[in-house]
Design a protein around this ligand. Sequence first.
Ligand code: NAP
Length: 275
Amino acid sequence: TIVGLGLIGGSLGMAIRRKQLAHEVVGVSRRAATIGQAKRRGAIDRGTTSLEDGAREADVVVLATPVDLIVPLAKRAARAMRHGAIATDVGSTKGAIVRTLEGRLPNGVAFVGAHPLAGSEQRGLAAARPDLFDSSLCVITATRRTPRRALRMIRKLWQPLARRILVMDPSAHDRLLAAVSHVPHLVAFSLVNAATPRELRMVPPSFLDATRVAKSDPDLWDDILLGNHAEILRAMARFEASWRALRTTLALRDRRALARLLRRANTRRRSLNAR
Ligand code: NAP
């Protein structure tokens, strides 16, 4: 059962159905129209607007809503779930969610956190794609309290969908994501805000490339940023040091130091096996 049939929930349903990883995929949405659309797009076999009805018979319930709703909806879903069933999520932050839910759900329901590092600045079912996770990493969280059977089950769910699975502690996840996702989003938001309206009317492709993620939904992102603020502030301090180093070389017109910093970034960026 997938709760929240948006970009990630809808794509997950499509991928699970395409690879026949479940007998049945049930979708839970607030709106009947979304359920109809999800069925037409092949994301679910059937759907319901009742969280409890969707959760009741599920082996696995995946929370794919905005991060702030994951904890309350998981608690509500668990009250209706079978003993021994598993709840999991796809949220972009992990520390607080895993701390609050792991080992604390009723009915013997286990919780295992997950975060597929896939997606885009788009949102909603209309942007969902069955191949969204094909070349992605998926982080699955494990702590001393994670039941091994549940961890194996969530691994088994993601293994055929993602290119690679990384099992890590939720705080290690939040530290990593602060540096490679959350601060880059803040930089993009900030670049756009720093430009004047007149400048924004004449932007070159480099500006569009560097700021694509500023088109991400503000309502999803304020939750993510506030939910991981401590790690983000630490990662921002590292970014500011790197930014200051560039600024200093320019202020001093130090061509050699500037070239060294640019070459270092160029080599590191080219070594990434990515776009
Ligand atoms: P999205 O496209 O906006 O989808 C969110 C879904 O949650 C929508 O279908 C929305 O339903 C549903 N929802 C909202 N409130 C609900 C409620 N009270 N009960 C039931 N459903 C509710 O967002 P998304 O990008 O898929 O993000 C979902 C999760 O994935 C977030 O936790 C995010 O951190 C995580 N994530 C996102 C990305 C990314 O790149 N976007 C990548 C990895 C992980 P309606 O259609 O009815 O509004």
